[in-house]
Design a protein around this ligand. Structure first.
Ligand SMILES: Nc1ncnc2c1ncn2[C@@H]1O[C@H](COP(=O)(O)OP(=O)(O)OP(=O)(O)O)[C@@H](O)[C@H]1O
Ligand SMILES: [Mg+2]
Length: 376
């Protein structure tokens, strides 16, 4: 368990972390989300005693990091994968960490095997690719077999097999009753991995809730209906107090509608339906909606100004976003079917079909993509 109470960090006049209070509990993967510069890494550094809080307190199983006798046995963390001695072999890097924490040498081989780096164990990390560096960082986090694991953007640079592997690993660790706290900007990945979410913006807590509740509370749900008689159905639904609106490709969209009731009304009036499907927004949309006011760094599409996410303030005279259109593709945020499996040694698992590694919401061109999706 990680407990934060009024945790605050100021750098000069910048408040990076602003009175955060939350608890990361064992048994589930807790996602840590926030726009660039929101304070995620600063918070994680304070958990590990690498930065001193300006105010407030953070404890690991009731203790400050500095009070842990052999910290790697209590909490394993991947913060900055490049933070290794580039000239020491991967094996020796882990061995140094093991020896300073009373961990037996055989564990070094075990974790190298787990992360798939056994073949390059004697190579120096300065020649490692981004993904290999991430794997080495994950190996050091696992070294002490700790009850708490904390990863700052662990999927950065990992290939699809690696992303699938770390997802199943984190879920496996949580199922063993460990505390798993992970930040990521890959919303589709997070939607599949985490059950609980902590969301921050400009250092402040915006949400501390379950994944499903977060999406339900921060997104628009609607039912899409297709019929060869749209006008008749529209009249029936409107008479019954529902709010149908014209959607894409001749469909009707019923805001907050109940699919069963719509189907029953259509049947009662002998209206043929070609589609009746509840639509839920994706985690990405819910996240952008909640954090719209907190985004500090906006990218711009080449040759144009991107539309701000809904809820964001538009400067006077600025171009307006296109009118509200149908949203999320169906099934954007479902949990992975079936229980996740324990990772085999070496992590040699096939990626799942249609592995949903979506692009991060930031970066050049994101505005364009976002506008396109809204218009659809
Ligand atoms: N050592 C430092 N000195 C001064 N300012 C800092 C320092 N570390 C972080 N900051 C500032 O604190 C704020 C939070 O940074 P932080 O790295 O914690 O954000 P983040 O949520 O991890 O962002 P990202 O998603 O981009 O990794 C930023 O404005 C950053 O510039
Ligand atoms: Mg960060």
């Amino acid at each position: 368990m990680i407990e934060l109470r009024d945790l605050t960090k100021r750098y000069g006049d910048k408040t990076a972390v602003d009175g955060l209070s939350f608890t990361v509990r064992p048994g589930t993967v807790t996602g840590f989300l926030g726009p660039n510069g929101a304070g995620k890494s600063t918070t994680m550094r304070m958990v590990l005693g690498l930065d001193a809080p300006t105010r407030g307190d953070v404890r690991i199983e009731g203790k400050h990091y500095g009070e842990l006798k052999e910290p790697l046995n209590s909490i394993g963390a991947l913060l900055e994968a490049k933070g290794v001695h580039g000239g020491r072999s991967a094996y020796n890097h882990l061995l140094c960490m093991a020896q300073s924490n009373g961990i037996p040498e055989r564990r070094v081989g075990e974790v190298l095997e787990m992360v798939g780096l056994h073949d390059v164990a004697r190579k120096r990390p300065k020649g490692f690719s981004l993904g290999m560096g991430q794997r080495l960082g994950i190996a050091s986090a696992l070294l002490g077999d700790p009850r708490i694991l904390m990863f700052d953007e662990p999927v950065n640079g990992l290939d699809p097999e690696g992303i699938h592997w770390i997802r199943t690993l984190m879920q496996h660790l949580a199922r063993e009753g460990r505390t798993v706290f992970v930040s990521s900007h890959l919303m589709s990945e997070m939607a599949q991995t985490a059950e609980h979410l902590i969301v921050i913006g400009q250092g402040k807590l915006l949400a501390d809730t379950s994944m499903s509740q977060f999406i339900a509370e921060n997104s628009r749900t609607h039912v899409r209906v297709r019929t060869p008689e749209p006008q008749r159905l529209l009249d029936v639904l409107t008479t019954e107090g529902l709010r149908p609106a014209a959607g894409a490709q001749g469909a009707l969209e019923v805001d907050g509608g109940d699919a069963a009731r719509i189907g029953e009304l259509a049947a009662a009036h002998r209206i043929v339906l070609h589609e009746l499907s509840p639509q839920r927004a994706s985690l990405e949309e819910a996240f952008m909606r909640l954090t719209a006011q907190s985004v500090e760094y906006h990218g711009h599409a080449p040759g144009g100004v991107q539309a701000p996410p809904e809820g964001a303030q538009v400067a006077p005279g600025a171009p307006q976003p296109p009118p509200e259109g149908p949203q999320a593709p169906p099934g954007g945020t479902q949990a992975p079917p079936g229980a996740p499996q324990a990772p085999p040694p070496g992590g040699q698992q096939a990626p799942p079909p249609g592995d949903p590694q979506g692009p991060p919401p930031e970066g050049p061109g994101w505005g364009e993509d976002w506008q396109r999706r809204r218009r659809r």
